[in-house]
Design a protein around this ligand. Sequence first.
Ligand code: SF4
Length: 640
Amino acid sequence: MGLTVAEKCIQNSIVYGDMTKRGSRIGIHAHQTLGHDLNAIMTFLALNQLGIDHVKTELSVQYMDHNMIQADYKNADDHRFLQEMTAKYGVVCARPGSGICHQLHLEHFGIPGKTLIGGDSHTPCQGGLGMFAVGVGGFDAAMAMAGEPLYIKMPYIINIHLTGHLPAKVSAKNVILEVLRRIDVKGGVGKVLEYSGPGVKTLNVAERSTITNMGAETGATTSIFPSDENTKAWMRAYHREEDWIPLSADEDAHYDEVMEINLNELEPLIALPSSPGKVVPVREVAGRKIDQVMLGSCTNTALNDMKSIANIMEGHTISDSVDAALYPSTRTVIAESIKRGYFNSIVDSGVRIFEPMCGGCNGCGFAPQTKGVSIRTTPRNFPGRSGTKDDQVYLAAPETAAVSAITGEITDPRDVDIPEFSYELPDSFIEPSNLFYTPHYVDEVHYGPNLKPIPKFGKHDSVESGEVLLKLPDNITTDHICPAGALYLPIRSNIPEISKHSFMTIDLTFPDRAKAAEGGVLVAGENYGQGSSREQAAIIPRFLGIKAILAKDFARLHLANLVNWGVVPLTFKSDDDYQAIDQGDTLTVKLDEMQAGQDVTVINETKGATFTVSSPLSTEDIETVKWGGRLNQMRNRSDS
Ligand code: SF4
């Protein structure tokens, strides 16, 4: 039987397991890795503790893009630490402010058919080039850099079959919004979204990467497009044609499911506050007043997005009631936009211009006012992510966002006169040597006072008891557990400090109660831990004494982080069991019963009830959790 594009990539990197067995444990080798300034601190601390002396990948790149605000020494110290660590380990380092990691990687490093393991949940952006790109936490990124396999469940492969071509004023963002409209924020869990069909050739790499980037919001392991002449053209534009290979599914490839999307039938879509899965047609919410527009992010400021925004802004001024900002994706996008006059049109319109970075997307520079309504071209809009606790963030394509900035209300771009534009590739780019460099090796790495060592955790007891310190609903995000925003990003490398703000948008008393209780459990609904790859969202609960989390189910990336940091994840077998627990109940969990596929007994001491939960983990992962996390396990392996 023939192979899909994803299977061809996996075949090219599999080192353990059987890829014909969907859902089984496989190990894949990383050809490349990427990290960014927020998550890579943990990556390098882990590499240091593991005694690794040099990365073992073909290429590892460290980006400085997530938090560029240097309000005091903290962020500057973190940057210096990362630069010194990259020199020590042989990692290519991007100069701060060169651009957003995923777009820079797409421009200069992504290669069709190869595997990228990235310490960021939007790593699947490279799927637009035909790369098998999986987002992980900082610890798994460290393991990949050390040459260790990444263990994942062999994904089911969903074919998204595209026909037709996008109508005028309906850009690629609407394709992934349509996918999210259909399968919501957990419909991709355990799956790869693989695009095929005649509609593929109507989309260029920038458009494809918009789709694969935001595919992360479905919970998918990754998303991928074939590599074809459009891919070749992209790589030629960046003088990398020699890295191009054609890659397509075999005619008799087998897919586990098929989703048909006729591009001709798409219309402008928008995700309502505060989930990327709450998607409706723009026309249904048109007319709602807005306060703010944010253009940019890893999803939507390639050169063609800039051209589209510039065409809309040309000769217009943004509404007096709107504050609008643009985050270009890379320095090349800025330089080419200036050369072609796009920048002038945007600047003239009154849009504020930030440097190429994540910034406002993760609450670091462009938060809306209290209860502010913001339209963003970013991939996610979890509550408070913008930096404002009670924000009302909508997600839309650049055309919808730009037109709305002018009108001051949510506006369907088809209702206004917008010039048509054609796609353009850059005809020059910033020389990579001006964007990336190898920092000078130093004998001593500087640890700033804000950078605290990784906390040490012990092994679990065979039976753990504790109070239910929080009972949580569905779709708890990593932003809930470990907040984004300019106040909190600089202290992510300081677990004791950031822990004080855990779950702050849900219950401000949680950190103090958890510390006082000296151990407890959390109870949650579906899709616990959706969102980013930040492993602080796993470390913080462990640091605060949380032994186990009982949830209806877990987001893939967060589940892996819980295992790595030794928090026991258990899944409810029935909604009744979830409903029967109240916050404040005391639960006893018989961890000695934990085996793959076996039930684990839980006693609700407060209610005098007993029920069983199951473990979502493999035998190997259960072993890691029982060790109290992967670092403990690795240390033990090297001691013995
Ligand atoms: Fe940066 Fe936002 Fe993209 Fe994450 S989603 S990589 S924070 S731009």
